[in-house]
Design a binder for this molecule. Structure first.
Ligand SMILES: C[S@@+](CC[C@H](N)C(=O)[O-])C[C@H]1O[C@@H](n2cnc3c(N)ncnc32)[C@H](O)[C@@H]1O
Length: 251
């Protein structure tokens, strides 16, 4: 599978539709991270600006946001989406591996990025260096075994364990080849503390993707997005808990 997310933007859009409950994201911003005055934000691996769309409606006026991503296609799309936005928002093509941020941000955030990198710890260090003293670093990343365990399909044939052996091999092969880490979400709070962040906290995204009788047009994208076999296409209902791990700490 390609690492160029510009070529996978349809998948990116499709999965982002079913990722968060708006009320829970608002709860995180206002009650957990307590963002109640203008903040300066940087989003590592921002894609087409999905997090920006969620954040900009919730953060106080006077805040600013900058998104960086290696994909020119996605940055172009983000700029197009926000072209009429009157807030202080910018998107830049940057490779995180070479990007050298100033320590000036109140909120340094990434979503579904560290999972795809061969050296996630290096990028987490860089994210921490981008935060000013007292700033908040937030990582939203998957634990694939938890996600896989969160799938249920209403069908006589459904065996929740049938994919386990295949996925275990795939994940172990990936990590042994020095590539993607399938349980990065679970490791980040540990890394955060090791790298000197304090007040480290962890949450789980509460979104559960449910496709029942009212959502038959969504079945194909559900099966595709959750890597479920198409043989279940005619089943009666589909459930997937996203289980993204949300780790955060202050510098
Ligand atoms: C799964 S996508 C997530 C995008 C976005 N955070 C979201 O949640 O919609 C991973 C993103 O990381 C970006 N990325 C991967 N390697 C990168 C690098 N070395 N520098 C900057 N961005 C990178 C990809 O281009 C892609 O947009």
């Amino acid at each position: 599978m390609t690492n160029d997310w510009g070529l996978k933007k349809e998948y990116l859009h499709s999965t982002r539709q079913n990722l968060w409950n708006d009320d829970y994201f608002e709860f995180l911003v206002k009650r957990v991270w307590k963002i109640d005055k203008p903040v300066k934000i940087i989003d590592f691996g921002c894609g087409y600006g999905y997090l920006a769309q969620m954040l900009m409606t919730l953060i106080p006026d006077g805040s600013s946001y900058k998104g960086i991503d290696i994909s020119e296609t996605l940055i172009d799309e983000a700029n197009e989406i926000f072209k009429d936005c009157n807030k202080e928002i910018s998107f830049e093509v940057e490779d995180m591996n070479t990007y050298e941020p100033e320590s000036e941000y109140d909120l340094v955030i990434c979503q579904a990025v560290l999972r795809h990198l061969s050296k996630p710890l290096d990028i987490l260090k860089k994210m921490i260096s981008a935060a000013k003293k007292g700033g908040l670093v937030v990582c939203i990343e998957p634990s694939r075994p938890m996600e896989n365990a969160g799938i249920y399909i209403e069908s006589d044939k459904y065996n929740p364990f049938e994919n386990d052996g295949f996925l275990r091999k795939k994940w172990m092969d990936e990590i042994e080849a020095g590539g993607r880490d399938y349980q990065i979400g679970m490791k980040i709070p540990v890394y955060m503390e090791q790298l000197g962040l304090s007040n480290v906290g962890v949450r789980i995204n509460d979104f559960v993707d449910y496709v029942g009788i009212e959502g038959t047009s969504e079945i194909d994208s559900f099966l595709n997005n959750h890597s479920v076999d198409m043989k279940y296409k005619n089943s009666k209902a589909f459930v997937a808990a996203r289980c993204h791990v949300i780790s955060f700490g202050t510098k």
